[in-house]
Design a protein around this ligand. Structure first.
Ligand SMILES: [Mg+2]
Length: 236
């Protein structure tokens, strides 16, 4: 049995047991690169830019599921990070404006098994929250639309976005857990792909059980603590 399989099933089992005892459990899910593959969002933006600017090499390049941002795809297309800096800067500006928007978040696709797992967990009695570094103003409406579109549980849940885009993601998530009345839950899980956020929450809310989705991340920090690491939501 894979690590994915046994850990994910264990959480469902624990949630069922807690419900039987009238105890509450909560699972908090990050969105980008935890539940959703965002490389399809970047792919769309890159294709549009390449067409607009008449850059056929860039139009052909595939954004890979493990890519972080646009740089890796651009290099694979044969561009040089320094020599082609003016183009890269233009692209980055274009990408930034589109990537963090209610419209383009619709290009995201959930990772395999993610929808069915969150649904099963919800049905087992675990409360579901979504906690994201996306901000309310640029992405609040689109985030909710996309969760609903793919069939993620959206009743009795909270979708928590940053009130201001300038707030640091790690700080935002850390403070959210600090301010949560954690005593009302017998068990709290946090599913997250970004080591910076994981380390920040681990340090201040050690009672929260963190599941590290080892998909892709900003490569700024690593997870040093011995916590559960899974690669996807597939359970076969
Ligand atoms: Mg993320």
């Amino acid at each position: 049995m894979s690590a994915n399989h046994s850990k994910l099933n264990e959480i469902i089992k624990s949630s069922l047991e807690l419900r039987a005892q009238n105890l509450r459990s909560l699972a908090v899910f990050d969105l980008d690169s935890t539940l959703f593959n965002v490389s399809t969002r970047t792919q769309q933006i890159l294709n549009e830019f390449a067409k607009l600017q008449g850059l056929p090499e860039l139009e052909k390049v595939e954004v890979k599921i493990q890519d972080w941002g646009i740089k890796e795809a651009v290099i694979r297309a044969g561009y040089h990070p320094e020599k082609d800096l003016p183009m890269l800067e233009k692209l980055r500006e274009y990408w930034f404006e589109k990537f963090f928007s209610n419209e383009y978040v619709h290009y995201d696709v959930p990772y395999a098994g993610a929808v069915s797992y969150v649904l099963e967990l919800f049905k087992s009695g675990c409360e579901i929250n979504y906690l994201t570094g996306r901000d309310q103003h640029r992405m609040g409406r689109g985030s909710l639309e996309v969760l609903k579109k793919w069939g993620f549980p959206c009743e009795a849940m909270q979708l928590i976005l940053k009130p201001e885009r300038t707030i640091d993601d790690g700080l935002f998530k850390k403070n959210w857990f600090i301010n949560l009345d954690r005593a009302q839950y017998e068990k709290i899980y946090f599913f997250e792909n970004e080591p910076v956020n994981i380390n920040a929450v681990l340090e201040t809310s050690p009672d929260v059980e963190i599941i590290f989705l080892d998909t892709t991340h900003a490569r700024r920090e690593t997870v040093a603590a011995q916590i559960q690491r899974i690669f996807h939501f597939g359970r076969s």
